[in-house]
Design a protein around this ligand. Structure first.
Ligand code: SF4
Length: 433
């Protein structure tokens, strides 16, 4: 029996898909990347934006017309927590809906399901699958993500994650270090420690309580041949100790994902982010004081309820002060069940959200171009991740992608010194030395 998985949404869903496939493989299933070969099809779906739900329903419709009658169709992921049994009336082709904490029950649920319908939950608030080693059939061969926690208890007013994935639960130190050893031996070149707010990880090492800074230091020292990175952090919890751990280890990437969301204190307050724009900028200044070349990747949400032109200008201003070269810019999407849904009207029009999204992206693009120009003539160490028609593509220690002209034998995962020679659009070009 073969299982095929499609994953939508964030990196957490990709990690969850790997766990889900591991559980099925341990029960005798085989993974297939071919939809046509599958006996079980899993859509691992995302609920963070409304568009995620729309995509899922569209995909169910497409599968309805092409799947064989004997194929079981299963909806998993954080979206499943929001679905009710009545989805089976609207979409009878769906056989199983399974919540993220219930994946261990999937093999049992598949037994004898036929064309029936089953909603699978286990009532647990959280499940970190401590003992499940991911199959890694869905990731690339260069970077391995190691999940260190599940869930989040920050309750940002716009976010559905604490309701769909439950409160934060940490994986144990031993389970994380075992998985790190496994990916190191498997030859991965990069390890990403992954969680909603990794800074908040806590665990026990030989009977003593430790935090994320110690874990990060231990992983970096256990993997001297690998690059180590971590996603995501939070402006309030990214501590000086974590900065020092980065500083002390040359193989920890000089990049931190620190979402700010808005430059307006009014909007930040309504988002329940619990810091001001000035506090965020001070945090970044403190980090750069210790590690001057640290790259900051941030997230910006435009069009939050009540965001007026002045508030948005404050966000643009913050991006300028930050000299932000890398930002994920999203338009606010109202999610039922969140605090924002209870307390605010979604009163910024789609047209304005679109316009602000484009303006913020354009500003970040301009800042990035200026910064990238400064790299021309420098030498960077990249690890090759993919091969295109004319170039190979690799990342440097600062998470920048460089397109490398193939002047010698090259291989995925290879580490190379590259001289940056040009900037075409937003793409850095380099020559292997
Ligand atoms: S920190 Fe806020 S935005 Fe991020 S997952 Fe937690 S609640 Fe959601």
């Amino acid at each position: 029996m073969k299982v095929y998985v499609e994953t939508y949404g964030c990196r957490m869903n990709i990690c969850d898909s790997e766990v889900l496939v591991s559980i099925l493989v341990a029960s005798g299933y085989e993974y297939t990347p071919q939809l046509a070969e599958a006996n079980v099809v899993v859509l691992n779906c995302c609920s963070v934006r409304e568009v995620g739900h729309a995509k899922t329903y569209q995909r169910i419709g497409e599968l309805d017309s092409c799947l064989r009658d004997d194929v079981v169709l299963c909806i998993a992921g954080c979206m499943s927590t929001q679905l009710q049994n009545d989805l089976f009336d609207t979409y009878p082709r769906v056989n199983i809906i399974i919540e993220p904490t219930a994946y261990r029950l999937l093999p049992q649920a598949l037994v004898g399901i036929g064309r029936g319908h089953l909603y699978v939950r286990n009532g647990r608030q959280s499940e970190v699958y401590d003992d499940v080693l991911p199959t890694r059939v869905l990731e690339d061969s260069v970077t391995a993500a190691v999940t260190i926690m599940k869930g989040c208890d920050q309750y940002c007013s716009y976010c559905i994650e604490p309701y769909t994935r439950g409160e934060r639960t940490n994986r144990s130190y031993e389970a994380i270090m075992d998985e790190v050893a496994e990916v190191r031996h498997a030859g991965y070149r990069e390890i990403t420690l992954f969680g909603h707010i990794v800074d908040l990880w806590e665990g026990e090492k030989r009977g003593a309580r430790i935090g994320f800074a110690q874990l990060l230091d231990d992983v970096a020292k256990a993997c001297p041949e690998q690059r180590v990175k971590y996603i995501s952090s939070h402006p309030l919890t990214y501590t000086d100790e974590i900065v020092q751990a980065v500083k002390a280890n040359d193989n920890i990437m000089r990049v931190v994902h620190l979402p700010v969301q808005s430059g307006s204190d009014k909007v930040l307050r309504n988002m329940n982010r619990r810091y001001t724009a000035q506090q965020f900028l001070q945090r970044v200044a403190d980090i750069r004081n210790e590690i001057p070349d640290m790259q900051i990747i941030t997230d910006i949400m435009v069009g939050f309820p009540g965001e007026d032109d002045d508030n948005f200008q404050q966000t643009l201003n913050l991006l300028r002060l930050l000299q932000c070269t890398n930002a994920n810019v999203f338009a606010f999407s109202m999610r039922k069940g969140t605090a924002a849904y209870k307390h605010f009207d979604d009163n910024v029009s789609d047209a304005i959200k679109k316009e602000r999204t484009e303006m913020a992206r354009s500003l970040v693009g301009q800042i990035r171009s200026v910064e990238q120009q400064k790299l021309i003539g420098t030498t960077q160490i990249v690890i090759l991740e993919s091969e295109g028609n004319d170039f190979w593509y690799g990342r440097d220690l600062y998470h920048r992608t460089i397109a490398v002209l193939p002047t010698q034998e090259m291989d995925i995962g290879q580490e190379l010194s590259v001289k940056v020679s040009d900037l075409k659009g937003q793409q850095l070009i380099g020559i292997a030395l």
